[in-house]
Design a protein around this ligand. Structure first.
Ligand code: 8YV
Length: 319
């Protein structure tokens, strides 16, 4: 019976499904050596906490399928997998609603002071005076950075609220332009017009650290940044400075360069930041759907069938 490594949470019934055909072995997240202790895998179900690169592949010559739990696959060197003829999959689509709805929640929490005023009641401030007004969120402008599946779903659910949606990508998305859910804007124009700027880009060498001081300075002082992408797409020092000096009004962050975020981190000392523990897709229903897709992908690849959501299937077949 072939071996499958598991390095991501998986419901018992889906584990049992795999165990019908494979020796299923749990390998701690982040393992990069000592694989001989776990066996010689045919497949690996992993997530963003585990790197899969040329060094990993050299240690695992029997590996012939990698299934990434998550739409983001920045911990996987897909080019190295392709060179080694190891197909890789991710789990796009099934998490769009979950991530978009948390993004909407953070937009409303920022705009209407939901977290801030919860504390205002709890600490007795309300007994002294009624809180200052916030601002309407309807009638405001949202700038989506990285208009992919999640960005589109976000645009679809905020537009009915009367929020204008702009977007910026490296290239315009005709399907989005034709749909009317969002309008393309040049980078500076979008940042200058937006009341909320929401990041939904993948983490790549091009996007790593791309949002910097100069970008914050293009935003309105009343504007907010939301990061649902990866912590590393933003220069964290520049973000902290922008929050401290009033360059922007606040931020809501679901992702961080270091996860879990230490309680001592400087971001947590700021009162104009809302934080979440990388919770975008973390609902029972969505995470199950992601794992089901990931296990389907893994089984397809191990049986030589084209998986539903491949990252390099065609490249391997044509090489
Ligand atoms: C999860 C994510 O945190 O899909 C992604 O890229 O960041 C989240 O859905 C990830 O799947 C790790 O489990």
């Amino acid at each position: 019976m072939e071996t499958v490594f598991i390095s991501s949470a998986i419901p018992d019934d889906l584990r049992e499904r795999l165990q019908q055909n494979y020796r299923v072995v749990d390998v701690p997240e982040g393992t990069t050596s000592g694989f001989e202790a776990y066996g010689e895998p045919a497949g690996w179900f992993m997530d963003g906490g585990t790197p899969v690169d040329a060094d990993t592949l050299a240690q695992l010559p029997t590996l012939r399928a990698v299934s990434n739990h998550g739409v983001g696959y920045d911990s996987v060197d897909v080019a190295a997998c392709t060179a080694a003829k190891v197909p890789v999959t991710n789990t796009p689509g099934v998490l769009d609603n979950a991530v978009a709805e948390l993004t909407l929640g953070l937009i409303l929490a920022l705009g209407r002071g939901i977290v801030k005023y919860d504390g205002y009641v709890r600490d007795g401030s309300w007994e002294r005076e009624w809180p200052p007004y916030t601002n309407d969120v309807h009638g405001k402008t949202l700038g989506v950075v990285g208009m992919g599946r999640i960005g589109r779903r976000l645009a679809e659910i905020v537009a009915p609220l009367g929020i204008e949606v702009l977007y910026h990508n490296r290239s315009q998305n005709p399907a989005i332009d034709e749909s009317g859910v969002a309008a393309y804007a040049e980078w500076e124009d979008m940042l200058q017009r937006s009341d909320f700027v929401s990041l939904h880009t993948p983490l790549t060498e091009r996007t790593r650290g791309f949002f910097v001081k100069e970008d914050f300075e293009l935003m309105k002082p009343s504007a907010y940044l939301i990061n649902m992408a990866r912590g590393a797409v933003v220069n964290t020092d520049d973000l902290i400075a922008a929050l401290q000096d009033g360059t922007i009004a606040g931020a809501a962050l679901d992702v961080f360069e270091q996860e879990p975020l230490p309680a001592s981190h400087p971001l947590l000392a700021l009162d104009n930041v809302i934080v979440q523990p990388h919770n975008g897709s973390a609902t029972v229903e969505t995470r199950r759907a992601m794992v089901e897709l990931g296990i389907d992908n893994l089984e397809d690849m191990l049986h030589g069938r084209e998986p539903r959501t491949s990252l390099n299937w065609d490249e391997i077949r044509s090489s």
